[in-house]
Design a protein around this ligand. Sequence first.
Ligand SMILES: *Cc1c(COP(=O)(O)O)cnc(C)c1O
Length: 452
Amino acid sequence: MTDVQLAPPRAARGYPRIVVPPPGPRARAIVDRDAAWTSTSYIKEYPLVVARGDGAMIEDVDGNRFLDFMAGIAVTSTGHAHPQVVAAVQDAAARFLHICGSDFYYEGMAAICERLARLAPGSSKKRVFLSNSGTEAVDGAIKLARHATRRSAIVAFKGAFHGRTYGGMSLTSSKARQHAGFGPLLPEIYHVPFGYCYRCDFGKTYPSCGLFCVASIEQDLFARQVDPHDVAAIFVEPVQGEGGYVVPPPDYLPALRALCDRHGILLVADEIQCGIGRTGRMFACEHAGVEPDILLTAKGLASGMPLGAIIARESIMRWETGAHGSTFGGNPVCCAAALATLDVVEGGLMANAGAMGDRLLAGLRSRAERHPAIGDIRGLGLMVGMELVADRATRAPAPSLVHALVQRAFANGLLLLAAGRSTLRLAPPLVVDATDIDTGLAIIDECLTALA
Ligand SMILES: *Cc1c(COP(=O)(O)O)cnc(C)c1O
C-alpha cells in the first residue's frame, strides 16, 4: 500500500467565509446563462456556482467559501482535488484517454476489477463489470440477474432510488415525479415496504414486530401476487439514500439474505451511495455480516470521475462473450482515479468516516431536545439523516422546513441537501475533521433556532 495522507493539506482554514451573499454577481451571470440553455429537468437546489474545491471546502466564483456537507451527492469521497487522486488522473490522462475496455486490455482495468472483487464481502470469488454510472450498473444487474436465473420478476422497496434509465427508474419508488409521463415502465417489478422503522408501513414497532416487513414478502407478496420461483432478484439499498438516509435494523439484511436463500433468489445490494467507506466500512452490508450475490457501487468509487461497478459472485457472472458491454465503461482515467481513491479510503478515510460520523450523530443527538422539529436522527458513519417533523407526536413531515434549512445554511456557508420527504441528509466528504463537524453542527443549530 502506498503512503497515504489523511487529508489534503490546508494552509489556513479560512472557511466558511461569505464575502458577498450568494449568488454574487459572477454566480448570477452563470445561473442566468444556465437557465437559458440547460434542460428544464435539472433540479438545481440552490445557486452554488463552483470555481474550485479543496478537501471539504468549496469556493464559488465570487470568492465565497463553503463547508461541504453533501459532497456532490455523496460522490467526492476523498474531498475536492485530493492530490493523490488528481495526480493519478493527470498521469493516466497524459498516457491514453480511451481504448475501450470491452474489446482491449490495460492494466488499470484489470487492477480495479481485481481490487473490487477482493474487497467485496464474503469468501466466494467475484468478477466485476465496469459502467459509467450508477443507473447503468443497476440496469446491468437486472440483465445479469435475469440471465443467470432465467427468471423475470424483481422485488424492490418503497422509498428506493436506483437511477434514471428505464431499469433503474422502474426499480425506483421514492418520488412519483420520477415516473410521471414515462410509462410503460419495466414490467414484473414489485415494490414492498422497507425497514423504515420511524415510519413503519405496518404501524409496528421494532423489535417486537419480529421484522414483519420481511415476513410479509413471503406471506403476502409471494403468496398472493408472484410465485417466488419467478423472482430473479431482490434489489436493496443497505442504507436507503434518496429515500431519506434510512438505516434498517441490524437483523434486516440477514433476514432478506435468508429469504433469498430459501427461494433461490439473488440478493442485489445497491451500494451506489452507501459504499466505498462512507459508512465506516468499505461496504455497508459488512455491518450486517451479509454477502450479497451482486453488489453495485458507483458514486464515491472514483472521487467524482464517472465509474460504476457490478461486482458479482463468479458462479453468477458467467454470461457469454458479447452478452453485455460498454464503450466508455471502465475508462482508463476513471480506473486510475478509482485505484487512487481506494488507496486513500483504505489508508485512513474509512476509519475517519466512522469516527467523524459518530461525532456528527452524537452532536445532533445532544441538540435534539432543544429543537422540537427534530423527529429522528439515524446514520452509519458519514451517512447521517436528520428527519424533521411539524409535530413530534404525530410525526407529520415538514418538507418546507427542510427546504428553508437547506437554503439558510447555504447563505451561512454550509452546503446541505435534503432526502426523502422530510429529511436532511448529511454526507460530507470523508476527509472532514472534528473542526468541520463542529462547524457544521453549529450552523445547523443556528438555522434550526432561527427557523423555529
Ligand atoms: C445515485 C444512485 C443511483 C444512480 O446513480 P447515477 O450515477 O446517478 O446513475 C442508483 N442507486 C443509488 C442507491 C443511488 O444513490
